[in-house]
Design a protein around this ligand. Sequence first.
Ligand SMILES: Cc1ncc(COP(=O)(O)O)c(C=O)c1O
Length: 398
Amino acid sequence: MRRVYLDNNATTPVLPEVLDAMRPYFGEHFGNASSIHHHGQETRGAVERARESVATLLGCRPAEVVFTSGGTEADNLAIFGLVRPGDHVISSTIEHHAVLNSCKHLQERGVEVTSLPVDGRGLLNPDDLRHALRANTKLVTIMFANNETGVIQPVAEIGEICADADVYFHTDAVQAASKVPIDVKTIGCDLLSISGHKFHAPQGVGALYVRKGTKLEPMLYGGSHERSRRAGTENVPGIVGLGKAAELAMKAFAAGEDRLMASLRDRLEETVLGKVESAGVNGTGAPRVPNTTNIFFDYLEGEALIIALDLKGLAVSTGAACSSGAIEPSHVLTAMGLRSDRARASIRFSLGKQNTAEDVDFAIQLVPAAVERLRELSPLYNKDSAVHSESVPPLGNR
Ligand SMILES: Cc1ncc(COP(=O)(O)O)c(C=O)c1O
């Protein structure tokens, strides 16, 4: 049975070149990167080369890259490494749970947190940030690109506001890295998180950019690894994989592969909307990363559509991987003003570097038929009341 995977915002397959780069570090190059002897020096060299590659991807110095176990740890290190009782933090309603729940925990510890809203396109208004700043604001943590919709926040403007106010700015760029070019100086951020498994490196490795001079308390105490910012023997194969994936991402930008991916995504989106009534894109009208589209199909349950498509060989999702199976509608879509039934009728398609035009054709062939079958079973659906997708009002407030 043919299987097509369009859930790359949940995780991506490790690319063959990445696996090839990692393989020796599971075998012949096994040393502890802290050891003085030959074996340690060999792996130390590999870790430092990977640090250079990640620094190139982010536009920073190698010394500003701290390797972590992934995006969640990078987000936690940025937030808990900086914030102390009595501080004020500003975040948004559409963050990933790695940031949302960290902020919730801060609140339980007596830290005040302001959560900024987004509009119907999923965009934050920089003026809201200006108005939310206080004398004790220590940190602004706002994501670069949303994992469910792919919507890109005005991070450079946010960075400017934070710099003017002398407030630290952290951005969760887990869903932006390798999809759009990142330059920490252009963004003006102090901290930025990435995660390997979102761009074809393995799961369990990531990095936090920490601007030189940022006073960050470590979360883990032990040896003086990562310049005492993250204790623990380095995950050398994972770090090597992350470095290789960063290198490949830079090459892909140079070759214009991001534009190619956007055209595949756009074809998927336009063809599906052309064939299916009462459907539309969540986040339309906002800048988005090139691999993601989040589409609502009114009059059905997203979970049922996912199962129907999976049975035919197409893997997609309702949004955040960790909230799959939950009855609650997506916090991101409801924050954008979608009615809960429309939020629950929304599906995320996310492409990866391994996907081809044929994969998109496969999805285009399956999705309209699956939607139609499910709607036929729905007591809410009346074909005569369905509207052409182009005239569906946004936000589900019909
Ligand atoms: C925006 C965002 N931040 C953080 C994370 C967490 O990253 P990790 O899975 O590496 O812990 C994810 C993963 O889904 C994400 O999409």
